[in-house]
Design a protein around this ligand. Structure first.
Ligand code: PEP
Ligand code: MN
Length: 356
């Protein structure tokens, strides 16, 4: 790994930026030069083969852009990264000295494609970033990581770009933070980078998504930027200018996972002990609640009545949501919580009624 790539890899935060797509030699060069004015940005990105949902959309300029990226690197000194989706992409990228490869969200969903890329990379020690699959299936993300890991890479990273969700949400791709949090728990030593551009799908949400990732102790950010974002050939709504990127990076509040101060540690420990106690009580109460559900199941079985009593369930829901509101808890959270508890309670009753 050359010096500029290792500087990028070892610095925190790791900042990647550049256009969604390479469009013209001029656009790549101009964007790279503007980005290079900010020393925080350590890696220049550009998509050259674009996986688009429907045919007829701009699918990237392809191989000719490899030379543009090489020129941009020569002019600015910033190492480069592109998305690869096939063995042929890998071969061309390496031939043109692309420094870091990334596997896109649609590719991560497909083990055949990931394996094809892995085989093309066998024994070649180039850094690879793996975006989460578009569907919230953590094992697919893990599987892609393992396939690439097996080929002996010393530098692997994960990119969180959000997940497809049906229906209207404020996000283009829902962040579902519990998934990257779980990846971080399983792979504490692999850098986890947030891509707020593809999560947000617009400029307004970018900063708050980026801030959330920082507060969750992510290792860095991949943010799309373009010299004239409104005229971008792909993902125009979410791209910002390099100058806007610099402002945003300044406005973000960078926090660290650990504090040096003893006193702060002690105060945090006291609060954490309380949280542990509450968690313990919550679990014990839940176990008691389920025992009650077992008794109710036995009663319903004896009297031959159904598990679900819609009227009762409505009453529970109304009461709990009113109480939650009084206590300042979010309705979305409490609804999710009580629905999960209710479902588990039905499972308990079902076992009692049908398994013995
Ligand atoms: C991209 O980074 O431009 C891209 C296509 O991303 P994703 O694979 O996350 O959709
Ligand atoms: Mn994009």
């Amino acid at each position: 790994m050359n010096e500029s790539v290792s500087r990028f890899w070892n610095n925190r935060p790791m900042i990647i930026s550049g256009p969604c797509s390479a469009e013209t030699a001029q656009q790549v060069m101009d964007t790279a030069i503007e980005i290079a004015k900010n020393p925080q940005v350590g890696l220049f990105r550009a998509g050259i083969w674009k996986p688009r949902t429907k045919p007829g959309m701009f699918e990237g300029v392809g191989a000719p852009a490899l030379a543009w990226l090489k020129d941009a690197k020569a002019a600015t000194g910033i190492p480069t990264t592109i998305e690869v989706a096939t063995a042929a992409h890998v071969e061309l990228a390496l031939k043109h000295e692309v420094d870091v490869l990334w596997i896109g969200a649609r590719t991560t969903t497909n083990p055949f494609s990931v394996q094809e890329i892995a085989s093309a990379l066998d024994g070649i020690d180039v850094p690879v970033l793996i975006k989460n699959p578009i569907n919230p299936d953590i094992e697919l993300w893990v599987g892609a990581l393992e396939r690439i890991e097996k080929t002996g890479k010393s530098h692997l990273g994960l990119v969180h770009r959000g997940f497809t969700e049906f229906g209207n949400t404020i996000y283009r791709n829902a962040p579902m933070w519990q998934l990257p949090i779980e990846m971080k728990r399983r792979y504490p030593n692999i850098p986890l980078i947030c891509d707020p551009s593809h999560i947000s799908g617009n400029r307004q949400l970018l900063q708050s998504v980026a801030q959330t990732s920082i507060d969750l102790d992510f290792s860095g950010l991949m943010i799309e930027s373009h010299i004239t974002p409104d005229e971008a050939w792909s993902d125009a709504a979410q791209q910002i200018t390099p100058a806007q990127l610099s402002t945003m990076l300044l406005q973000l509040i960078w926090r660290s996972a650990k504090s040096e101060s003893e006193h702060l540690h002690e105060s945090l420990d006291i609060l954490r002990t309380k949280i542990d106690e509450y968690d313990n009580q919550l679990i014990e109460l839940l176990a008691e609640r389920m025992k009650m559900a077992d008794q109710i199941g036995a009663f319903k079985k004896e009297n031959n009545i159904t598990i679900l009593q819609s009227e009762r369930w409505n009453q529970i829901l109304d009461k709990i949501l009113a109480k939650a509101n009084q206590l300042g808890l979010s309705e979305t959270f409490v609804r999710k919580y009580i629905e999960a508890v209710h479902l588990e309670s039905i499972n308990h009753q079902n076992k009692i009624m049908n398994n013995s």
